[in-house]
Design a protein around this ligand. Structure first.
Ligand code: ATP
Ligand code: LTN
Length: 330
């Protein structure tokens, strides 16, 4: 029996946060045994906001090393850099001609990011979700494990699938999002109404996977809380709810366990323990990361092999598409 296909990616737009880890990469690891997984470092997406070339190059290799350090195994899944595989930009162009301006202009991520950029909003930022749809559809993905913030983009991918399949004939599989309910959205430590994001200008809002222990302690100590003073999982305490989610993700403790443990204690002890739980959870990843980064040859092998497989598989879909839309087959 054919295994179901999984596709996901992260932008090399900076160091990865514990939000990326909890909301996305951690779940990818558990899928690689059961499914045919493709995990990409989506550098074409990253250039939709300004990037410094040397940083982009460095971040791309670091994200790759982090994938491996978090437990992705190139023997089990296909790991590749998006710009190494030419079909992504090609299918994105075709899908651009089938996407409606109206739907794209309603994308929350576009609205947020374009607001920050002011005058210099580029067309790539607008069509970002179309490229994302191309990523997914090229591999006929069944499932797309992402954080909550990507749900709207997934809807677009599903709409484009239906539109293409109806206009021509069944070509693409309809992809399903895989989103963890509680952990799909880790919020900023400085503002529980904003998602934790690696491109936040206030670096106290996020914790990086590679963050040093002392910085983790400092950032958690400074994290906003509330004046209620009780460690309780409730909608009225969004900041505490967020910290509890992080605690639970790294320790495996349930919210009830955490509530019991800190009953009547205020926030100080809870925050101190949380910092240690996070430090302990990240330590093995940080260690493996260092080893992997020292082995450039291994990294190169992984991305070259990944690109070859991805190019081969995605090319099959692209050829079908070109034929169906009426391009002359060469
Ligand atoms: P940027 O800030 O540059 O837009 P980002 O931090 O949002 O980037 P992405 O590369 O866009 O990260 O996202 C990678 C994956 O991590 C996606 O699946 C996304 O849903 C998930 N993710 C990102 N931030 C969070 C978060 N705060 N909580 C849970 N999941 C997240
Ligand atoms: N837009 C995604 C990254 C991404 C992605 C994808 C995720 C690009 N292409 C395909 C899943 C499937 C984000 O997380 N910001």
């Amino acid at each position: 029996m054919e295994r179901k296909v999984v596709f996901s990616g992260v932008q090399p737009s900076g160091g990865l946060t514990i939000g990326n880890y909890i909301g996305a990469i951690r779940n990818w690891v558990s899928l690689q045994d059961e499914y045919d997984c493709y995990y990409s470092i989506v550098d074409l997406h990253a250039i939709t906001v300004p990037q410094v070339p040397k940083d982009l190059r460095k971040n791309t290799l670091e994200v790759l090393a982090l994938y491996l350090a978090c437990g992705l195994d190139p023997e089990k899944c296909t790991i590749f850099i998006q710009s190494h595989v030419s079909t992504h930009a090609e299918l994105a162009w075709v899908l651009n001609t089938m996407s409606y301006m109206g739907q794209l202009s309603r994308m929350t991520q576009y609205k947020d990011k374009s607001q920050k950029l002011g005058e210099s909003v580029n067309a790539g930022l607008f069509t970002y979700p179309v490229l994302m749809a191309a990523d997914i559809l090229l591999y006929q993905a069944d499932y797309v494990p992402v954080g909550q913030d990507q749900k709207q983009h997934l809807e677009l991918a599903r709409d484009l699938t239906d539109r293409f399949n109806n206009r021509y004939s069944p070509t693409f599989k309809v992809p399903e999002p895989l989103i963890k309910k509680e952990e799909g959205k880790i919020m900023s430590l400085q503002d529980p109404n904003k998602k934790m994001s690696k491109s936040d200008e206030n670096d106290n809002g996020f914790i990086l996977i590679l963050e040093k222990p002392d910085d983790i302690r400092r950032k958690i100590k400074r994290a906003v809380t509330d004046s209620i003073g009780e460690v309780r999982f409730s909608e009225e305490q969004p900041a505490i709810k967020n910290l509890m989610t992080i605690y639970s993700a790294f320790s495996g403790c349930s919210f009830e366990d955490i509530e019991k443990r800190y009953e009547g204690q205020g926030y100080k002890q809870f925050k101190e323990d949380l910092a240690e739980v996070v430090i302990e959870g990240l330590a093995p990843i940080q260690e493996r990361f260092k080893e992997i980064m020292n082995n450039k040859e291994y990294l190169e092998n992984v991305y070259k092999q990944g690109a070859e497989k991805a190019q081969y598989v995605s090319n099959k879909t692209l050829r079908k598409v070109y034929k169906k839309i009426g391009f002359v087959v060469k």
